[in-house]
Design a protein around this ligand. Structure first.
Ligand code: SAM
Ligand code: SF4
Length: 497
């Protein structure tokens, strides 16, 4: 049961949301029947057609164009394992072409879990009495940030439930606090947000405290499933309000927005097309697509049966297909693979899925970093994660496979966001910044935080290899990076292109 205060807050907000939906200036871009029809009509695509789509996706990496819904529909129906290998290869090729062979690292930070909603799949849903929800105090928040910056993290995604205690004003206060904390040479330089949809004036306030990307996942684009998962009398039950959450964010001047779907609630093929239509709508209305795409997969949560009995649960083989198709359909977008997935699958997908961002050293209980030794605190978590490796172990594994770990936050701080960033990603030139800044931020990690084995492989193999790449491809940037590396050796920090 909601308290009187929670109920009052929800009712007042729900009335405003319904009013907004009545006046909504945009048309619903999801036509359920049409999406199902495309998937059906594209059953049994022939080999030639698929190979043409794969070539087109590679060409698109240089122009920023997306595949069409019909082309994505055809990819979702491929059966031939050889063709899948061609798709995986293309995903990796596109990722390297656009961003280079680096992986940007971040941590999620759960700040509050109380929530007035009742999403069927979420451990934090209001009616779940077996999970204890909590909102961090400012002191607890500081403690979490000290642990995160003490590990070497520079980028966060902060996560909030939908509740009067964690409204937009609380979000602003906590984000300002995070930016203010210094821990020796450590600091958080970019705070991205995963939080409930806001009104335009509320987004403006959140933008003013200097956030990076605002993420809102539609969860499922399929209208009947959406209504099944999210009760009608809840704030999250309002499909259109959520569907246009990021349109409002862009209206409010937030530069970078991020979409996602929770895979396992409905047919994964449908959700892929939903994501594509969402990116197309952002592109059409604002000229910038989605800065990143996330594809969380349903994980077990305490007292949440749907997480194990949904008829649409996605197995590893289909999950790999989802990740690769996202890279082909939307070549310019950042692709985020989280610690929900197991280490072996994550490793496989870096190579086959064209991933560009990953979290590492992750804890998702509210206050979980202060209790770092506990990998899970199930009755305080929204769901369970599978990759609990430490940040340093994760980085070592990346280095062994030859990737460049990056803590880069440069584009955002140099004003390369929104329509200043997109042309770089769309014309595959952003890697010229990514590799240089990856080297500079990895060097900081090596100087300040790395274990001896990471220091060794980093200094002897990774940094020289990527400097060589820069020398060969962007000699001007290579010269600059070498000068900045010397400054870092001398004690300076936060050097970037
Ligand atoms: N409360 C905000 C909202 O709903 O927009 C923040 C989102 S929630 C804390 C972060 C995301 O986790 C959700 O958008 C959903 O996609 C995902 N999620 C929820 N339950 C999950 C589960 N059981 N397994 C995996 N991911 C889940
Ligand atoms: Fe609340 Fe978000 Fe969980 Fe839904 S997914 S119950 S809105 S925290």
């Amino acid at each position: 049961m909601l308290s009187a205060k929670e109920k009052e807050w929800r009712e007042e907000r729900l009335a405003r949301i319904k009013k907004w939906e009545e006046d909504c200036p945009w048309e619903d871009f999801i036509d359920d029947d049409n999406i199902s029809k495309i998937i059906e009509e594209k059953k049994n695509p022939d080999k030639k057609e698929i190979l043409e789509i794969v070539s087109k996706a590679k060409e698109n990496a240089l122009t920023g164009a997306m595949l069409s819904p019909e082309e994505v529909g055809a990819l979702t129906n491929v059966q031939d394992p050889e063709l899948w290998e061609a798709i995986f290869e293309a995903a990796n090729w596109i990722k390297c072409k656009v961003y280079g062979n680096r992986i940007v690292l971040f941590s999620p930070l759960y700040i509050s879990s109380p929530c007035v909603n009742n999403c069927a799949y979420c451990g934090f849903r209001h009616s779940n009495k077996e999970v204890h929800t909590k909102t961090l105090t400012m002191e607890e928040l500081e403690e979490e940030i000290k642990v995160l910056t003490g590990m070497g993290q520079k980028r966060l995604i902060v996560v909030y439930g939908e509740h009067p205690a964690s409204d937009y004003k609380f979000m602003c206060k906590t984000i300002e606090k995070i930016y203010s904390i210094k821990n020796g040479k450590g600091e958080i330089r970019r705070v991205n947000v995963n939080a409930p949809p806001l009104f335009v004036d509320e987004y403006e306030a959140v933008k003013a405290v200097g956030i990076g990307t605002y993420q809102v996942f539609q969860e499922t684009y399929h209208h009947p499933t959406y209504h099944k998962m999210h009760p009608a009398n809840t704030l999250k039950g309002q499909y259109k309000w959520r569907q246009f959450a990021l349109h409002r964010a862009l209206q409010a001047g937030i530069d970078d927005v991020a979409i996602g779907a929770l895979f396992g609630l409905y047919d994964w093929r449908f959700e892929l097309l939903g994501l594509l239509y969402h990116a197309m709508s952002l592109e059409k209305e604002f000229g910038v697509g989605s800065h990143t795409i996330s594809y969380p997969r349903l994980e077990h949560a305490v007292n949440t049966p749907i997480t194990s009995n949904s008829p649409y649960l996605v197995d590893d083989e289909d999950f790999k297909k989802i990740v690769a198709i996202i890279r082909l359909m939307c070549p310019y977008t950042g692709s985020i693979l989280t610690a929900r997935e197991a280490p072996a699958l994550r490793r496989d997908l870096i190579q086959k899925g064209g991933i560009s961002q990953m979290d590492a050293g992750t804890r998702i209980a509210v206050g979980g970093y202060a209790e770092m030794k506990k990998e899970h605190i199930p009755d305080k978590q929204q769901f369970l994660i599978q990759d609990t490796r430490s940040l340093d172990d994760f980085i070592y594994d990346l280095c062994k496979d030859g990737y460049l770990p990056s803590f880069c936050t440069a584009c955002y701080r140099e004003g390369r966001t929104g329509d200043n960033f997109m042309p770089l990603a769309k014309h595959a030139t952003v890697k010229n910044f990514c590799i240089g800044n990856g080297i500079l931020t990895f060097k900081e990690y090596l100087l300040d935080y790395a274990s001896p084995r990471v220091k060794e492989i980093g200094e002897k193999v990774i940094i020289p290899n990527y400097l060589k790449w820069l020398d060969e491809h962007v000699p001007q940037a290579a010269k600059q990076v070498k000068e900045l590396l010397q400054k870092e050796e001398a004690g300076e920090r936060d050097q970037h292109l």
